[in-house]
Design a protein around this ligand. Structure first.
Ligand code: FAD
Length: 430
């Protein structure tokens, strides 16, 4: 009996319960569908580094499968068109895929489960806890992070599972070898795609350099090889398992003791977890201007201001520098993201979704739940109990770039920009 495993945001062989669920099949067809590029909020396409990272990741997954006698069929097209065709062509009797938090991904699996005449199983595996653990929280999933952290304090992350033998691909399968484009990463952020690079980074940051021990003090820096874990690009596309990260964290704590930095790092993994489960619950509201709380913000859309923010040509040199860093490298620190997002929302008074769409295009670690969840948080239409964050940009400069070195390195200086007048016809769109 041939079974099909559709890799989505779980691009790894380590700790992949969904994949190994199909280990008993007579043959297994492994498939990856290239994500569609849908224009949204005046933003088009995928940034060069995000695309490079994804190419490298998928090529490495294919190579790893080949070393185990398997293969990966990489196809362009929508799941509803491609997968039924493959099911018919290879006589597939059962299909599996890992769960994903986005509403469109959910719609795809629902549609396939209805349209295909075979069992379609959606496996868990990209989160610390199981859906049943979350459903069993007293009062269910909270709307805010702090109660979520408190309620999950007694839960231990699920263990990371080992690799298992995989069945051979179906007879007659012919697959071309994938090659990643020869684009080097920017020297300021040298992350390469693929599970092996993610594991190496985890080992280097946590165990070899023990940078985790100073994480609490360094995590707000705007750049630096060891200021934060920089694990998010691999966590986002699932080439690194979050359960593996939690397991290594516990190992580190057993060897060297728990400290405020290791505890803080775990709290950050819980932010990822919180946004994941919230996104599943919030569905389409994650993309609504009024957010999950349905708050009407007075906003207008001035395309020239948005273009300036994207190009790093605003009247805020630190924000300009951050935007240059993002486009050049595919990366921005958490503090940088908060500053750039607050500027778009509060200083330029633009629709937060346009900023989120631009981040989606460029961030190596783009993840629907964390990106849109964080943007809503800052815009005050999401999970922030204080109703949004307005960062004082002068104070942020004084705290995080006091000597201006970051702003100079990323060429944030820009001649003062003329004011635009927004007239009554533009105000408000909400
Ligand atoms: P570390 O500080 O080392 O934290 C460890 C891990 O915890 C991260 O890898 C990440 O998986 C998780 N994490 C940390 N902070 C957050 C957070 N605030 N929300 C959710 N998870 C968190 N993160 C993404 O993974 N993808 C996104 O698309 C994304 N978009 C963002 C947009 C905005 C406007 C903001 C303010 C934050 C966004 N974040 C996003 C969250 C955060 O900025 C990144 O996860 C973090 O900077 C990644 O760097 P790191 O791996 O060194 O994190």
């Amino acid at each position: 009996m041939t079974e099909l495993y559709w890799f989505r945001s779980d691009l790894r062989l380590d700790d992949n319960p969904g994949l190994y669920f199909h280990a008993g099949a007579a043959s297994l067809l492994c498939v990856y569908l290239w994500p569609p590029q849908v224009p949204w909020c005046n933003v088009n396409g995928i940034g060069v580094h995000r695309l490079r990272f994804l190419h490298e990741t998928v090529a490495q997954l294919q190579q790893a499968l080949r070393e185990r006698g398997q293969d990966l069929l990489v196809v362009r097209g929508s799941p509803s068109q491609v997968l039924p065709r493959l099911v018919e062509q290879f006589g597939v009797a059962r299909m599996g895929v890992a769960s994903a938090p986005g509403v469109y991904e959910h719609r795809d699996t629902d549609h396939l489960a209805r349209a295909l005449d075979i069992p379609v199983t959606v496996h868990e595996g990209n989160t610390l806890f199981a859906a049943a653990d979350i459903a069993a929280l007293p009062g269910g999933l909270p709307a805010h992070y702090t109660p979520f952290r408190q309620l999950t304090a007694t839960l231990e992350p699920l263990p990371a599972g080992p690799e298992a033998r995989l069945p051979a691909p179906p007879p007659g399968l012919k697959v071309a070898a994938m090659t990643a484009p020869a684009i080097p990463p920017h020297p300021a952020f040298v992350a390469r795609g693929g599970a092996a690079a993610g594991q190496r980074r985890l080992h280097q940051w946590m165990h070899r350099e023990r940078a985790i021990d100073t994480y609490r003090d360094s995590r707000n820096q705007l750049e630096g090889l060891f200021s934060s874990s920089a694990l998010s690009p691999w966590l986002a596309n699932g080439s690194l398992s979050v359960r593996r990260v939690a397991h290594e964290l516990r190992l580190h704590e057993r060897l060297h003791g728990e400290n405020p930095s290791t505890a803080h790092f775990y709290r950050e993994l819980l932010w990822r977890e919180f946004f994941h489960w919230r996104a599943l619950r919030d569905g389409h509201r994650l993309f609504s201007a009024h957010g999950v709380v349905g708050k009407r913000r007075l906003t207008t859309f001035e395309p020239r201001n948005f273009a300036r923010w994207c190009a790093g040509r605003t009247n805020y040199p630190l924000v300009n520098a951050l935007m240059h860093q993002l486009v050049a490298t595919g990366w921005m620190s958490n503090r940088g993201r908060q500053i750039a997002a607050s500027c778009l929302v509060n200083e330029l008074r633009l629709d937060w979704r346009c900023g989120a769409a631009f981040f989606e295009k460029h961030l190596l670690d783009y993840d629907v739940a964390s990106n849109y969840g964080n943007w809503q948080y800052i815009a005050g239409v999401g999970a922030d109990p204080r109703g949004g964050r307005h960062f004082n940009l002068h104070k942020q400069v004084a705290l995080y770039d006091p000597d201006g070195a970051f702003t100079r390195r990323w060429e944030g200086a820009c001649a003062p920009q003329p004011e635009f007048v927004v007239d009554a016809a533009d105000w408000p769109i909400a």
